[in-house]
Design a protein around this ligand. Structure first.
Ligand code: NAD
Ligand code: DAU
Length: 385
C-alpha cells in the first residue's frame, strides 16, 4: 500500500490521480517535483523498484505533500499495479520506469528485456483491466474504448527515446515521428519493443495512450553513470574524463525541466494515439559538452584540482575505447510538438549546464551517497576492465 498517502487527500477531489512509474529515478523525480509544483491539487503515486538508479532521497521535500504516495514495488507485479490503479483511482499513468543506461545494456541485456518490455506490458495489461474491462470499478466511467476517443478520462503516457530511430549521418534531417525504427543497442531495442506494445494496445483495445520520444536529458538528480554528471564528479575529484572514441558523437541535449513541460503539454493537449518527439534543438559533440563543462568548472570551482595538480579541468580529458555499436548522431525534429502544442525549450545549453553544475556543487552529500560500492564496481567494470 502507499505508505504516505494523506487520508485527507481522498476527500479533496483532486483533478487527476497520477501513477508515476520510475518516479525515484532521474527524469521521473524531476517530473514529480515539476508536477506537484504546477498541479498541487492532483494526487501523485510513485511506483518505483529502487534499483541502483532509483533513490528515494530524490523525492525528499514531497513526502509530506498531501496526495503524495510512494510504493516500493516492481512494474512487473501485475497484482500490485492493478491494486494501485483501483485503490488510488488512477486516471493517468506516466511511465518512466526502465533500465535506461546503454552501457549497462551492453554488459547485461536481460534486465532491459525484463523491465522495459515485460514491465511495460504488465502495466498495459493492468491499465486495460482497470480502465477498459472493469470501468465500473473506478469513479470515472470512460465514455468509450474505441479508437476515435479523444475525450477519455484516462491516459497512458509512455516515455520513450530518440535511440529507437538509430543513428543519423552528418547531413541527415533530425528524427521525426515517421522515421523508421532502427534500434542499435539492446537498450534501444527494448524501448522500441515497449513502444510497439503501447501502440498495439491502442490499436487493438483502444487503450488511450500517447508516446513521447525525447533526446538526451541533463539536469539535477541524474545518476553519475551518465556522461554529464560523470564528468562533473570526475572533475571535482581530479579523475580522468573518459571520452569514448574520437569524442565526435553528437547528441541533442535537453534540460530535464523542459522535457517535463513537454510531457505536461502532451497530457493536456496531445492527441490520443499520437507520438510526439521532444528535443532541445541543441546538437553538441561530446567534446563540445566536456569543453563547456570544464570551462564552467574552471570558473565556479577553480580550486577543485589543487590537490591533484590538474588545471585547467580540460587537462583531465582522456580518450578511451569506444562503446560497441556507438550511435554517431542523434537529432530531433520537434516541429510536431512545436506546431501542435506550442512547445519550445526554455533553457539554452549554457544556462542549463550552469544550473546543472551548480546543483551538483550544492548537493555533494547526495553525490557521495550514490557513489557507493556499486558505483565503484560499475566504474571498474566499464572503464578498467
Ligand atoms: P533512470 O535510470 O534514472 O531511472 C529509472 C527509474 O526506474 C529508477 O528509479 C528505477 O528504480 C526505476 N525502475 C527500474 N526498473 C523498475 C521496475 N522493474 N519497476 C519499477 N521501477 C523500476 O532513468 P531516466 O534517465 O530517468 O529515464 C526515465 C525514462 O526516460 C526511461 O524510460 C528512459 O528510457 C527514458 N529516456 C531517458 C532519457 C535520458 O536522457 N535520461 C532520454 C530519453 C528517454
Ligand atoms: O538519446 C536518449 C538517450 O540518452 C536515453 O534514451 C538514455 O536513457 C540516456 O542514457 C542517454 O543515452 P546515451 O548513451 O546517449 O547517454 P550517455 O550519457 O551514456 O552518453 C552520452 C554520450 O557520451 C554518448 O555518445 C556516449 C558518450 N560517453 C558516455 C559515457 C558514460 C562517453 O564518451 N564517455 C562516457 O564515460
Amino acid at each position: 500500500m502507499p505508505d504516505k498517502l494523506n487520508p485527507q487527500s481522498s476527500v479533496l477531489s483532486p483533478h487527476n490521480s497520477l501513477l508515476i512509474t520510475g518516479g525515484a529515478g532521474f527524469i521521473g523525480a524531476n517530473f514529480v517535483h515539476y508536477w506537484i509544483k504546477n498541479h498541487p491539487d492532483d494526487r501523485v503515486t510513485v511506483l518505483d523498484a529502487l534499483t541502483y538508479a532509483g533513490n528515494r532521497a530524490n523525492l525528499a521535500g514531497q513526502e509530506n505533500h498531501p496526495g503524495f504516495g510512494f510504493e516500493h514495488g516492481d512494474i512487473r507485479d501485475y497484482d500490485l499495479v492493478l491494486h494501485l490503479l483501483q485503490e488510488q483511482q488512477i486516471d493517468t499513468i506516466v511511465h518512466f520506469a526502465a533500465e535506461s543506461h546503454v552501457d549497462r545494456s551492453i554488459h547485461g541485456p536481460d534486465a532491459f528485456v525484463d523491465t522495459n518490455i515485460l514491465g511495460t506490458h504488465t502495466l498495459l495489461k493492468a491499465a486495460k483491466t482497470a480502465w477498459l474491462d472493469a470501468p465500473h470499478s473506478l469513479s470515472n466511467t470512460p465514455q468509450s474504448s474505441v479508437l476515435s476517443t479523444q475525450s477519455s478520462p484516462y491516459r497512458f503516457h509512455h516515455i520513450s527515446t530518440d535511440e529507437v530511430y538509430g543513428s543519423l549521418g552528418p547531413d541527415d534531417p533530425g528524427f521525426s515521428e515517421t522515421t523508421a525504427y532502427a534500434p542499435n543497442s539492446p537498450y534501444a531495442a527494448s524501448k522500441a519493443g515497449s513502444d510497439f506494445l503501447v501502440r498495439a494496445y491502442y490499436k487493438t483495445y483502444g487503450l488511450p495512450m500517447t508516446i513521447s520520444n525525447c533526446s538526451n536529458n541533463y539536469g539535477p538528480y541524474q545518476h553519475p553513470e551518465k556522461l554529464i554528471p560523470l564528468l562533473i564528479l570526475n572533475c571535482l575529484e581530479g579523475r580522468p574524463l573518459p571520452i569514448y572514441g574520437d569524442g565526435l558523437n553528437i547528441r541533442d541535449w535537453l534540460y530535464v525541466e523542459d522535457h517535463c513541460r513537454g510531457i505536461d503539454l502532451i497530457l493536456k493537449k496531445g492527441r490520443i494515439g499520437e507520438t510526439y518527439n521532444i528535443g532541445g534543438n541543441c546538437e553538441k559533440t561530446n567534446l563540445e559538452v566536456v569543453d563547456t563543462l570544464c570551462a564552467i568548472l574552471d570558473e565556479l570551482k577553480p580550486l577543485s584540482l589543487h590537490s591533484s595538480g590538474h588545471s585547467p579541468h580540460s587537462s583531465l580529458i582522456t580518450h578511451v575505447k569506444d562503446r560497441p555499436g556507438h550511435d554517431r548522431r542523434y537529432a530531433i525534429d520537434a516541429s510536431k510538438i512545436t506546431g501542435e502544442l506550442t512547445y519550445a525549450p526554455v533553457e539554452s545549453f549554457e544556462s542549463g549546464m550552469r544550473k546543472t553544475v551548480a546543483w551538483y556543487l550544492e548537493h555533494l552529500e547526495w553525490c557521495k551517497n550514490v557513489m557507493g560500492e556499486d558505483y565503484k564496481k560499475w566504474l571498474e567494470q566499464n572503464y578498467e576492465k
